[in-house]
Design a protein around this ligand. Structure first.
Ligand SMILES: CC(C)NC(=O)[C@H](Cc1c[nH]c2ccccc12)NC(=O)[C@H](CCCC/N=C(/NCCC(=O)O)S[C@H]1O[C@H](COP(=O)(O)OP(=O)(O)OC[C@H]2O[C@@H](n3cnc4c(N)ncnc43)[C@H](O)[C@@H]2O)[C@@H](O)[C@H]1O)NC(=O)OCc1ccccc1
Length: 228
């Protein structure tokens, strides 16, 4: 792999063949749920039970899915690549970790964690959350929420991500539709830094014209083919 510093961005498409729903495909999450109700702080304030049901369901599903060849190919690339490497995922599932990825940031949070909206305490979360749950630090009930970034909220690890984008000479975007910012703007930031940009996706994304190269097909085929 002719590169000295790589940034990889992944979206729901990389987990689709593992059986994790995407957002915008026909049977995607946004086809059966309103973003305003389940993925905004306002929605959580209005009807926290509805939000807990949405994320509890997605957390339970993780027990029935496993990393696929695309997740495994990225973990192998990370291990073998001698240069700087950062995997930035928009996904809140834990399939990258289970595939062995370590140089990984979840810019939109993780289902495997809960956050107290009152005191900011973070805890590991492997079971359902409810409004009866009490924070072990501030001992107040009803403030524990999924540790995910909702619309209108600031994504996580943005400084680390932007530093890596400024340094990278290869930017690879996998399984994302390029609809949601700031992630959808990373390709421009990488190009501005002089990086070669590559899209690996089932179909052309919203931002396909920003990429130097694009290879379209199922992630389990195009990702191993590109990184090996
Ligand atoms: C709708 C959109 C227009 N709105 C936004 O972008 C908003 C507002 C906004 C900010 N800046 C803007 C600029 C212009 C316009 C709007 C904005 N952004 C925000 O609110 C963000 C916070 C957004 C985070 C929201 N939370 C998510 N997820 C966590 C929760 C949860 O998971 O429930 S977003 C969620 O949807 C996003 C899109 O999903 P994708 O992963 O791309 O999935 P999708 O289904 O859309 O596409 C799947 C793709 O895979 C492909 N595919 C399918 N199967 C396969 C397959 N088998 N193989 C390969 N590919 C496949 C398909 O072809 C498709 O292309 C992901 O980010 C995902 O995490 N916060 C913020 O901006 O803070 C301030 C700021 C500004 C600048 C700099 C710093 C801070």
């Amino acid at each position: 792999m002719k590169a000295t510093s790589i940034v990889v961005l992944t979206g729901a498409g990389i987990s689709a063949e593992s059986g994790v729903a995407t957002f915008r495909d026909g049977d995607g999450l946004w086809a059966s749920h309103r973003i305003e109700d389940v993925a905004t702080p306002e929605g959580f304030a209005r009807a926290p039970e509805l939000v807990h049901t949405f994320y509890n369901g997605r957390r339970r599903e993780l027990a029935d899915v496993a990393p696929n060849a695309a997740h495994l190919a990225l973990a192998k690339l990370e291990q073998e690549f001698k240069g700087d490497f950062l995997l930035v995922t928009q996904n809140i599932d834990d399939l990258h970790e289970r595939a062995g990825s370590q140089k990984l940031v979840h810019m939109h949070g993780e289902l495997a964690k809960a956050l107290c909206a009152n005191c900011g305490n973070r805890i590991a979360c492997a079971s359902d959350l409810s409004t009866d749950d009490v924070c072990s630090v501030c001992s107040t009930p009803g403030h524990l929420r999924p540790d995910v970034v909702w619309f209108g909220e600031f994504p996580y690890k943005m400084n680390q991500i932007e530093n890596a984008l400024e340094r990278c000479d290869l930017f690879i975007s996998i399984g994302t539709s390029g609809n949601v910012y700031p992630a959808a703007g990373f390709v421009q930031q990488a190009r501005y830094a002089g990086a070669r940009s590559v899209e690996l996706n089932l179909e052309p994304s919203e931002g396909v014209d920003y990429f130097d190269e694009s290879y379209h097909g199922p992630a389990t085929l195009v990702v191993p083919a590109f990184v090996e």
